[in-house]
Design a protein around this ligand. Structure first.
Ligand code: FAD
Length: 346
């Protein structure tokens, strides 16, 4: 059981900046995100694209913004629990919150900030009959233990970085690697694509393009083969190929889903959470929501708006935890206590 002042659900830019604003006020936070890296949409959807509307930063990429935020929160030594989805947020008798993740990690926090963006990123599933019977046994959306693929017939579906990285990682270790992609253009880094193509030319990797998986053969969760439909084949323009497979790795990218947040008893407005604009508190006192996930009249889904919301939510949380004290605004330029919290020399 991890005890903390605040649990932040989501390590997107607003969740990260929330750590900073809480830290300045002397509050400790733990951050949980369902994807294995921090940065939310900036890291997952547009790491290389330039952002031009972060105040005082004329231009930075999604990845650079994430890295700067991580540097900015370093003084607060906040623990990050990545690759874990928050499944439960429950108020306890003493008004603290019990928070649980899908890996069974438990937290007790005095307040919760939901910075869940457009929801929890989930792998896009392979849509073939009975796919769920194989899931996590021989059909994988993420790799937990690469050793189990060694010496095996592996089929990898997708054309992004994850698909290509795993082709390059498993070649020579797996018994045989086949890459199946629906096009002949790739979203993956050009260097990875070039390397994959040279492995194909050397006969070390099999490549099937303009193709999609249509069915799985096997029994009791053990796979035997996967049938691939390839365009540009016989008379009707398509042909089916049966590829032997012990394991199939699917990397079709991630799509956001509001997910468990919808079950926490909050006042939800379509896929967003209603908050007030003074504290950014939800309908449940002690649970706050900042960034893309919240809604109020005039809401704009912009990073800079989320940063403002995080600042006000931090003040509200401080006031909630110390109701008898007035929470004063202090300037980072001149406040000795803030300098101390930032780990600056006297
Ligand atoms: P997100 O970045 O969405 O992060 C939320 C995180 O919460 C995710 O990582 C998710 O996995 C996690 N999460 C959700 N539910 C759970 C759960 N139950 N358990 C664990 N984790 C959970 N904005 C700008 O201001 N300027 C721009 O130029 C700009 N360009 C953009 C370009 C593109 C292509 C896109 C898609 C967006 C752009 N945006 C831009 C929007 C901006 O990225 C978002 O406003 C911002 O990412 C919102 O930050 P956030 O922290 O609220 O949420």
């Amino acid at each position: 059981m991890i005890h903390t002042d605040v649990v932040i659900v989501g390590a997107g830019p607003c969740g990260l900046f929330q750590v900073f604003e809480l830290g300045l006020l002397g509050l400790k936070a733990e951050v949980i995100d369902s994807i294995p890296k921090p940065g939310g949409q900036c890291a997952e959807l547009y790491p290389d694209k330039p952002i031009y509307d972060i105040p005082a930063i004329p231009v930075c990429t999604g990845e650079e913004l994430t890295n700067s935020l991580l540097t900015q929160i370093e003084p607060f030594h906040c623990a990050m629990h990545l690759g874990e989805e928050v499944t439960t947020v429950k108020r306890q008798d003493d008004d603290s919150f019990f928070v649980e993740t899908n890996t069974g990690k438990h937290f007790v926090a005095k307040a919760v900030v939901i910075a869940g963006g457009v929801g929890s990123f989930q792998p896009r599933p392979l849509r073939v009959p009975d796919a769920e019977l194989y899931e996590d046994r021989t059909l994988h959306y993420r790799v937990r233990d690469a050793q189990e693929f060694h010496g095996k017939e592996i089929v990898i579906l997708g054309g992004g970085d994850s698909a290509l990285d795993w082709v390059l990682e498993l070649v020579g270790k797996a018994g045989h690697v086949t890459l199946v992609h629906r096009r002949d253009e790739y979203r993956a880094a050009p260097a990875s694509v070039a390397k994959m193509r040279s492995l194909v030319a050397e006969g070390k990797v099999e490549l099937i393009e303009h193709a999609k998986a249509v069915s799985i053969s096997g029994a009791e969760g053990r796979m035997r083969s996967i049938t691939i439909q390839v365009k540009g084949g016989e008379a009707d323009g398509e042909r089916a190929v049966e590829v032997p497979a012990d394991h199939v790795l699917v990397f079709f990218g991630l799509s956001p889903k509001l997910g468990p947040i919808a079950d926490w008893g909050l006042d939800i407005n379509r896929k967003t959470i209603n908050v007030d604009t003074e504290r950014f508190e939800t309908s449940e006192p002690g649970i706050y929501a900042v960034g893309d996930i919240n809604f109020y009249p005039g809401k704009k889904k912009l990073i800079l708006c989320g940063f403002h919301e995080a600042a006000l939510a931090a003040f509200a949380i401080k006031q909630r935890l110390e109701p008898d004290k007035k929470v004063h605004v202090q300037y980072t330029t001149t406040s000795p206590i803030m300098h101390q919290r930032l780990g600056l020399p006297d």
